[in-house]
Design a protein around this ligand. Structure first.
Ligand code: GDP
Ligand code: MN
Length: 398
């Protein structure tokens, strides 16, 4: 179960992670009774990440602007979800932004500390600089400091960031969480730190163990689901668009960033799915390979999909494992003549964006089954768009 930002921040406040003064807004007119001085930030309270990119985070200077912005944000779906509440928060002048997360890794079943010196909305850069430390023994502050040092932090900033990581870890253990994420952790010019965004995923099996969490879960369940996409994409945070390029990426932020690039590149995004199998993603309950195969299947079955674009930066799986799953998927479609076959001219082409250690091998394997592998997202997007535009846009008989 994912908490909303304002709920996560209540937990942060209790455990001593610095957060700004804020106020929950249930209706635009609540802003007439705002206790926080302007300028303030209004933030859509939906479960998806990438709200900033989607227009769900607005800076306002006065009551009139705030009410107008609130009306817009209340009606803005983000990955299919419309907010029931907004969060109004004091504005913070961050000189730099960091990314921090503590996640229970589903493959090693150990907590992993994650941090990037480049936090914020550009998920690509966040992931590119991501550092991690596996907590393989009893936890000690040493692990937190090691991460902060790996992130290139020094002096008092290194100290204050380590303290926050320790508290995030405490929260993870105390409340049986799968994920605690702060992105961004704002750093002011005076060197002070502030959690500007927060994400918490409670382990579904642990909900019953904590009365306060069970209460929250009940409240959330009673909320009328306000989705404007079909329910069967629910677990995928899916967006169902009508374009030719199906997107499968790791984490809501990366899905949105990929969608954005495809649109800017002149392509039309189709069904977009969140694999939820990367570092810092809310983990899905299925294993990586099952999940990837399911996602490929959903996209391949969609009639409008001509190209499947996979953006798997930050995956827990290695490039080799990814390549294996894709190869298996294609082989299954070779022999299976009941459903859409790979030799059918309607079968989508695959473009895969991969990065990682055993990339060479993965590339070889995938190229042999006619899958395009690229390391740069820009190139992958350009190729996907080109394939939908070229006269022989669909795979011809091999
Ligand atoms: P997300 O896009 O869903 O992750 O939403 P965030 O809460 O992270 O907001 C998006 C971006 O808005 C952040 O990366 C920050 O750069 C900025 N932001 C959010 N809250 C504040 C704030 O209180 N003060 C300032 N200056 N920037 C903020
Ligand atoms: Mn964020």
């Amino acid at each position: 179960m994912d908490l909303l930002e304002y709920q996560a921040k209540e937990w942060f406040r209790k455990i001593g992670i610095p957060v700004l003064p804020s106020q929950r807004i249930d209706h635009p007119t609540d802003l007439k009774r705002l206790k926080i001085p302007y300028p303030v930030v209004l933030k859509s309270q939906v479960h998806a990440g990438g709200r900033g990119l989607a227009g769900g985070v607005r800076f306002v200077e006065n009551t009139i602007d705030a009410i107008a912005a609130a009306q817009t944000v209340f009606n803005l779906p983000i990955l299919g979800e419309v907010p029931e509440v907004l969060l109004a928060e004091a504005r913070y002048n961050a000189e730099r932004e960091l990314y921090l997360a503590v996640v229970l890794d589903s493959t090693v079943r150990r907590p992993v500390l994650l941090g990037s010196p480049l936090g914020g909305m550009d998920i690509e850069s966040v992931l590119e600089k991501m550092q991690y430390v596996i907590v393989d023994q009893d936890f000690s502050p040493f692990y937190a400091r090691r991460l902060a040092l790996k992130m290139g932090l020094q002096g008092s900033l290194m100290q204050s960031v380590s303290t926050i990581i320790e508290k995030m870890y405490q929260l993870l253990v105390q409340q049986d969480l799968d994920l605690v994420e702060i992105n961004p952790l704002g750093v002011s010019s005076a060197g002070q730190v502030m959690a500007l965004d927060g994400k918490v995923t409670v382990n579904d099996r642990a909900v019953g163990k904590h009365p306060d969490i069970a209460l929250l879960a009940k409240k959330m369940a009673s909320r009328s689901p306000k989705r404007d996409t079909p329910g069967d994409l629910g677990d995928w945070n899916g967006v169902e668009l009508q374009g030719k390029i199906g997107i499968l990426a790791n984490g809501a932020g990366l899905v949105l960033a990929t969608l954005d690039l495809v649109t800017h590149g002149g392509g039309k995004p189709g069904v977009c799915l969140n694999l939820k199998q990367g570092y810092g993603c809310e983990p899905s309950t299925t294993a990586f390979s099952d999940r990837l195969e399911q996602g490929l299947e959903i996209l391949a079955q969609d009639k409008s999909t001509q190209v499947i674009l996979l953006n798997l930066l930050g995956s827990v799986a290695t490039s080799g494992e990814v390549a294996q799953v894709i190869t298996n998927f294609l082989q299954r479609h070779e022999t299976d003549n009941s459903s859409k076959s790979r030799y059918d001219s309607n079968f989508p082409r695959l473009v895969v964006r991969l990065a990682g250690s055993d990339l060479g091998l993965a590339k070889k394997l995938l190229t042999s089954v006619k899958v395009t592998v690229l390391e740069s997202l820009d190139e992958a997007v350009t190729e996907a768009v080109r394939l939908t535009k070229s006269p022989v846009s669909k795979k011809s008989k091999v």
